[in-house]
Design a protein around this ligand. Structure first.
Ligand SMILES: *[C@@H]1O[C@H](CO)[C@@H](O)[C@H](O)[C@H]1NC(C)=O
Ligand SMILES: *[C@@H]1O[C@H](CO)[C@@H](O)[C@H](O)[C@H]1NC(C)=O
Ligand SMILES: *[C@@H]1O[C@H](CO)[C@@H](O)[C@H](O)[C@H]1NC(C)=O
Length: 525
């Protein structure tokens, strides 16, 4: 805690930028959890005097100097929409995770939000405006149509990713994907995979990439040419022009990965300075001498859809751990007053980051969403995770592997598993290990938000950071994978073998001929 003011001081004592820039944010995806990772960067840039024009679904609650919101309309926000009953029966062919349907869900959302944003009057006004932007910041996720708008505006582009890089963005950024150590976003694997895991990882990565090339890209190109007419380069070419990608990953949690220098890990940057907790929560904390356990399945899940048997199991576990009070995010609590245990307090919304860092919070029951996960890791709170969809499986795998928590799968979500899991993570030995791992996550040469700002300002000053762009983005699949070199070497080996074969044949036939002539000579004599 002592370190925090020091960090803030050094952050704000950094030299002001020489010139303030015009910065444009283009975010067509209506997911709040994504935006919560992006916004701190744009707010920090505004504080440093840059002029931010922000196009998104998430305006600031209180207007701020140097930051203008332009709000897209036409898509429902992705909050409290996920029905937990969808995850009750998971289809596992041969007992293996099969997550290809996630691609189709993302593709569908991407197409819809893209169509809405492209045809929004805001984009028409933006393209007509005389303002020239020094950099455009957008999201590299399930659809790239905002990159076409950026292309028309002609400024350097910085891409953000609120999760691990989606499979189709590796090649475009010139960063390698190494199958045995890099689990694909939707899978529960880590960098320690068995042969079967690696096969499944390979299958998922390449299948999803192929689907993206065959379905998403042509559909996006069609939407773009419908809106702007023909003549723009293919979207895949446009996206390759991004100068930089800032990603919500950090190796102390998600494992070391080889990235090209234009891909920078800034995981945890949303963890801002501590703010005081609201009185309602302070009351609960005061009434909890042994501490509290915090439960939240994120902003997207509608907790009222928790199936009855699983709700009862959770409530029963809560009653078994009477020592602790439980604080849960449960929007529009319809759990029924009669079956709710007395040591469970529900709230529509909770200040997650500030709550997690409160010393009385002993454990976090979570879905493995990346924001909550990095906040818990930052604060050193052990987790019991139940992944439901998307990258939550990947994050949960990392949490368990790195000793930050345990997984209770939704199919096992019963009193026995929950109570047993909680007892494991509430053990003091477990908590001590979490505290040590937290050190590894926090100790960095430069705080992640500051690092992100440094890179963004570098892209502005260098007009696109041409020196960090990897040539790998532009070479084709055959050259990229050295298939041509393998073929050349194979050809050489083949030539050698043929030559050797011929030589042996000649020598043998010479011997045979000599032998024959000797025989015939012998007969003549
Ligand atoms: C807005 O930018 C100016 C410089 O242009 C800066 O002095 C000021 O602190 C910024 N305001 C806020 C609220 O960040
Ligand atoms: C900041 O950007 C807005 C557009 O979002 C523009 O209207 C305004 O003039 C800009 N301010 C400065 C100081 O450049
Ligand atoms: C990529 O950027 C360069 C320089 O910024 C520009 O000349 C080129 O047209 C861009 N290409 C695409 C496909 O956007």
């Amino acid at each position: 805690m002592l370190l925090l003011p020091v960090f803030l001081l050094t952050f704000f004592l950094r030299p002001e930028p020489n010139e303030t820039a015009q910065i444009l944010g283009l975010f067509q995806h209506p997911g709040k959890s994504h935006f919560d990772f992006f916004r701190p960067m744009l707010l920090a840039l505004a504080e440093r005097g840059h002029n931010i024009s922000m196009y998104s679904y998430f305006p600031l609650e209180k207007p701020k100097a140097n930051y203008t919101d332009y709000v897209f309309k036409g898509m429902p926000l992705l909050t409290d929409i996920v029905d937990l009953k969808n995850f009750e029966a998971e289809w596992k062919p041969l007992g293996l995770p099969f997550k290809i349907p996630t691609y189709f869900m993302l593709n569908d959302w991407g197409q819809r939000s893209c169509k809405v944003a492209l045809n929004s009057p805001l984009i028409a006004q933006l393209l007509e405006s005389p303002i020239r932007y020094d950099v455009i910041i957008l999201e590299n996720f399930s659809n790239d149509c905002m990159a076409a708008v950026a292309h028309l505006l002609g400024a350097p582009v910085i891409a953000l990713s609120s999760c691990a890089i989606m499979p189709w963005h590796y090649k475009r950024m010139g960063s390698p994907f190494i199958n045995p150590i890099m689990p694909m976003n939707f899978l529960p694997y880590t960098d320690e995979m068995t042969l079967i895991d690696r096969l499944n990882n390979f299958f998922h990565f390449h299948t999803v990439n192929t689907l993206y090339n065959w379905i998403t890209q042509p559909a996006t190109d069609a939407l773009i040419s419908e809106r702007f007419g023909p003549g723009l380069p293919p979207i895949n070419e446009i996206v390759k022009n991004a100068s930089l990608m800032l990603i919500n990953q950090y190796y102390a949690l998600t494992g070391p990965r080889p990235y090209a220098p234009n891909v920078v890990e800034v995981g945890g940057l949303q963890v801002g300075p501590l703010k005081p907790l609201p009185n309602q929560l302070i009351d609960v904390l005061d009434r909890s001498p042994n501490g509290i356990i915090y439960i939240s399945w994120g902003s997207m899940v509608n907790t009222n859809t928790l199936p009855l048997a699983k709700r009862r199991a959770l409530f029963q576990s809560i009653s078994q751990l009477k020592k602790y009070n439980f604080v849960m995010r449960w929007k529009g609590d319809k759990s029924g007053e009669n079956d709710k245990p007395p040591n469970l307090y529900t709230f529509d919304w909770l200040p997650q980051r500030d709550l997690l860092c409160h010393p009385k919070v002993k454990a976090f029951i979570s879905h493995g969403g990346l924001l909550g996960t990095t906040e818990a890791v930052h604060c050193g709170v052990p987790m019991l995770v139940t992944p439901f969809y998307g990258d939550q499986f990947l994050n949960s795998g990392a949490i368990q592997q790195k000793g930050f928590g345990v997984i209770v799968h939704f199919s096992d979500f019963d009193t026995d598993h929950i109570t047993r899991g909680l007892r494991i993570i509430l053990d003091t030995k477990f908590a001590d290990r979490v505290r040590r791992s937290t050190e590894a996550f926090r100790q960095r040469p430069i705080a992640p938000l500051e690092l992100a700002i440094w890179w963004i300002e570098y892209v502005i000053e260098s007009r696109g950071a041409p020196h960090v762009q990897s040539e790998a983005r532009h070479i084709n699949w055959i050259v990229y994978n050295s298939i041509d070199v393998y073929l050349f070497c194979l050809g050489l080996v083949w030539l050698l073998v043929v030559a050797l074969w011929k030589l042996i044949g000649r020598i043998r036939s010479a011997f045979v001929r000599e032998g024959v002539s000797r025989d015939t000579k012998a007969k003549k004599q």
